[in-house]
Ligand binder design. Structure first.
Ligand code: SAM
Length: 202
């Protein structure tokens, strides 16, 4: 399946570029071997997970979202119709990740694009607890995790809540992970363009 086909047929170009840029960052950062198992958390249409499978024929993806939408069915049908083997390497779990007993299924890494507000923080906490590498692009910022400032009191709030929240998240991740960083994609693709990346736990 060529990238231009996906961009033209399934989703609009900017949306495609968002997933594509995220995919390139996460893929390079994790450096996973073939046969890896990924969780696409807060998956929405599941485009990210299905695109990952299309490009990595030995990997498996579990998509998790609290809602199963028609868009998800359409996206799955689209990918499966051009690459039927994807069907056996993909599963969808309808789950609410905010439930206290929620745990990620066994996997090599968790990926999430535009995990709104505190969902990003929940993903970070659960991954930390389970020792899982993560790549998360946050969105819809709020100030609920301002207490994270204790991990880096020198980070100043300069008016951009999103940047501040992500710097605090990064400081928190660095406290527990050997390698953690923020990468950005072009703001022309999306203004919520930071990707939090964390690899092996300390
Ligand atoms: C902004 S959308 C992003 C969807 C997709 N990753 C994308 O980039 O197009 C956020 C997603 O989080 C899901 N979500 C919201 N609350 C959730 C929860 N408590 N547990 C699991 N998923 C949740 C929503 O259903 C929605 O699909």
């Amino acid at each position: 399946m060529s990238e231009s086909n996906i961009a033209g047929e399934m989703i609009e170009k900017k949306e495609f570029l968002k997933f594509f840029s995220f995919y390139i960052s996460a893929k390079e950062f994790f450096g996973l071997q073939q046969g890896a198992v990924l969780v696409d958390c807060c998956s929405g249409s599941s485009f990210l997970g299905l695109y990952w499978l299309d490009r990595n024929p030995d990997d498996k993806v579990t998509a998790i979202d609290k809602t199963l939408t028609e868009k998800h069915r359409e996206t799955l049908d689209y990918f499966v119709s051009s690459n039927p083997k994807i069907r056996n390497r993909y599963e969808f779990l309808q789950q609410d990740i905010t439930q206290p007993d929620f745990e990620f299924p066994e996997c090599n890494a968790v990926i999430a694009v535009h995990a709104c507000g505190s969902l990003t923080d929940i993903i970070i906490d659960k991954c930390m607890k389970q020792g899982l590498p993560l790549a998360v692009m946050p969105c819809c910022y709020n100030s609920k995790r301002i207490w994270w400032q204790k991990y880096s009191p020198c980070i100043e709030f300069e008016g951009d809540l999103g940047r501040y929240a992500d710097e605090l998240r990064l400081a928190y991740l660095k406290h527990r992970y050997k390698n953690a960083k923020i990468e950005t994609i072009s703001p022309e693709i999306t203004p919520m363009n930071r990707i939090l990346l964390a690899g092996k736990k300390k």
